[in-house]
Ligand binder design. Structure first.
Ligand code: ZN
Ligand code: ZN
Length: 95
């Protein structure tokens, strides 16, 4: 299990990647403020679940935000799942 300081370092790395949906749309994500979205895993505490970086708009506010669409609606709208983006994020972190 990751410690608080390990999580903090991990989130800082995620934040440097910028919003995965803005990146998908070709927007400039340089120095973009991001929020951390956790992908829920059964039996795993929220802060230990895998996470992806999203801007506030794509996380919560936009019509096509993760928390507006829900998992099924998200996949239908975007044509990929958050799990797909998680794999991309994890491979970028390992580069
Ligand atoms: Zn975004
Ligand atoms: Zn979230």
């Amino acid at each position: 299990m990751a410690t608080k300081s390990e999580l903090k370092a991990h989130y800082a790395k995620l934040a440097r990647l910028g919003c995965v949906l803005c990146a998908h749309l070709g927007h400039d994500t340089y120095d973009q403020p991001v929020e951390i979205h956790h992908l829920r895993r059964y039996g795993i505490p929220r802060d230990q679940a895998p996470a992806i970086p999203l801007c506030a708009g794509h996380h919560r506010h936009f019509k096509d935000a993760v928390h507006q669409l829900g998992a099924k609606g998200f996949e239908k709208h975007w044509g990929f799942s958050l799990e797909d983006k998680l794999l991309e994020v994890e491979s970028k972190l390992n580069e």
